[in-house]
Design a protein around this ligand. Structure first.
Ligand SMILES: O=P(O)(O)O[C@H]1O[C@H](CO)[C@@H](O)[C@H]1O
Length: 241
């Protein structure tokens, strides 16, 4: 204890220091273990089961709010890349010991959304007359479960994010780690409020409503994509024989 401290302060400073030294009385919060719900390693487990079953391609879809001015509710964004905000602060499904059977400790994530499938999806959209609804963009996963504040929305927009949601990235990370090809679509269900003048506000019921309106279009696109991928796979098999 500093001899310079006035005597009336000494006892409280000393007891504070001794509390810090007694770690049994101090609960140090852990970012990961304090988060309720299921761990990401568990929620992404099915992706590894797919891998073991021989699946080669993972197709992911989600509902997302748009930050890009050119994306309107009802549009469909082909995911070109993602920003995994929870992953960047340590909430990553690959945390913990690495299972080398599935993939390397430090997997690359560049190019995780397959370019060939993205081009094929755009071709299919043109053939089905829905190309005007579709464009490529960057998806960001945030932790949720609240929607964004206006300041958060502006930050995401400035960072180059086109659409934001609360899912998808963990599954894509696990799929890429184990060598699955990935294709992803975001259905734009709402514009994210970016202006303090804007009286609009997002709500989950509205998200579900747009989902219902576009479900058939998304189903048709994915069905066609899967059928053409099968043709590609068959070709590959023929080549191999
Ligand atoms: O990402 P999905 O589950 O499609 O849904 C999005 O829509 C819900 C919010 O309305 C959140 O769950 C968000 O992640």
């Amino acid at each position: 204890m500093s001899p310079g401290l006035p005597p009336q302060w000494r006892s409280s400073a000393e007891s504070g220091l001794s509390m810090l030294a007694d770690t049994s009385s101090v609960r140090i919060p852990s970012l990961i273990s304090d988060i309720p719900g299921f761990p990401q390693a568990q929620t992404t487990f099915p992706v590894r089961v797919f891998k073991l079953l021989g699946v080669e391609t993972l197709i992911v879809t989600n509902a997302a709010g748009s930050l890009a001015d050119g994306l309107q509710p009802g549009d469909i964004m082909i995911i070109k890349d993602h920003v995994n905000f929870p992953g960047m602060v340590g909430l990553n499904p690959l945390c913990g010991p690495n299972d080398d059977k599935f993939g390397p400790r430090f997997p690359a994530m560049s190019g995780c959304y397959d370019k060939g499938l993205r081009c094929l999806a755009m071709e299919i959209a043109k053939e089905h007359g829905v190309a005007s609804l579709m464009q490529e963009g960057v998806y960001a996963m945030v932790g949720g479960p609240n929607f964004e504040t206006i300041a958060e929305a502006r930050l995401l927009h400035r960072l180059g994010v086109d659409a934001v949601g609360m899912s998808t990235a963990p599954e894509v990370v696990v799929a890429t780690h184990c060598g699955l090809r990935v294709f992803g679509l975001s259905l734009i269900t709402n514009k994210v409020v970016k202006s303090y003048e804007d009286k609009d506000s997002v709500n989950h019921e509205g998200v579900l409503e747009v989902g219902r309106l576009r479900s058939q279009t998304v189903q048709q696109l994915v069905t066609e994509l899967v059928s053409r991928m099968e043709i590609n796979n068959n070709n590959n098999t023929n080549n191999a024989v």
